[in-house]
Design a protein around this ligand. Sequence first.
Ligand SMILES: Nc1ncnc2c1ncn2[C@@H]1O[C@H](COP(=O)(O)OP(=O)(O)OP(=O)(O)O)[C@@H](O)[C@H]1O
Ligand SMILES: [Mg+2]
Length: 270
Amino acid sequence: MSTNQRDPSAEALRFDNVTLEFPGSHQPAIQDVTFRVARRKLVAVIGPSGCGKSTILNLAAGLLSPTRGQVHFDGERVTAVNSSAAYVTQQSHLLPWLSVKANIGLALKFRKVPKDERDERVAHWVKVVGLTGFEDHYPRELSGGMQKRCAIARALIYDPSIVLMDEPFGPLDAITRLKLQQDLLNLWQEQEGTLVFVTHDLNEAIYLADEVVVMSKGPGTVTRVLRVPFERPRSIGSLVDSHEFSEIYNELWSVFKSEIDLSGASAGAR
Ligand SMILES: Nc1ncnc2c1ncn2[C@@H]1O[C@H](COP(=O)(O)OP(=O)(O)OP(=O)(O)O)[C@@H](O)[C@H]1O
Ligand SMILES: [Mg+2]
């Protein structure tokens, strides 16, 4: 057991035997889910469709309450919307009637940060996520990758203690994904916050995470928590070519493949 796991103050998020049953459903969406996220760690949650990954993020964000068990954030039980958490949903959910800079600055406006400071921080984040020149554009005028960048800047601008991301790069093409994954890694080196993200992509989980929580479904439970031992800063380019990457990938794949039905398919190669 690591020091972080023994010291509750080093813990950002904790699920203890969490079960959630949606009203009218014949089986729980998740059952007895237990895992911890240490502060300043990046944790990936992977599992088959419907195993409860988004449900877990919604519980961490305080948008849902457990039927049984407890969710703690920073040592406090989560009983209402978790205002310390920034949540980047799969669809980005940018406000279509606001410009890029207004979308990015929204959380600061809600927090009544003075306009001068707000403008300065928005300008900084526009630059960090590579949207210079698009500040006054509207979301519909951006590509999918740019919308994602905008959503990420909007989430990170107010220094949240924890960021929750649901399939952050899901709908994007492979090249844009790789670029954004590396950008996120670089950002995280400066940010040093806690990140919990859901992904279907085993490579993405290994590139980014310190730990991978693997789930199974029917009902959703945690099957395994796998540690990714790569040092930071990481470069995806050099990780992919390493022997260690293949080893971890194969280990993760051997856990994951039993969770999905591949009858008739010849998947497994990355
Ligand atoms: N509001 C809801 N009411 C009833 N059942 C729900 C609700 N939201 C989710 N579920 C059910 O809970 C289970 C877990 O759903 P969840 O969205 O968390 O899965 P997921 O792992 O995020 O799936 P995906 O990978 O497809 O996004 C599913 O069986 C789903 O049908
Ligand atoms: Mg989901």
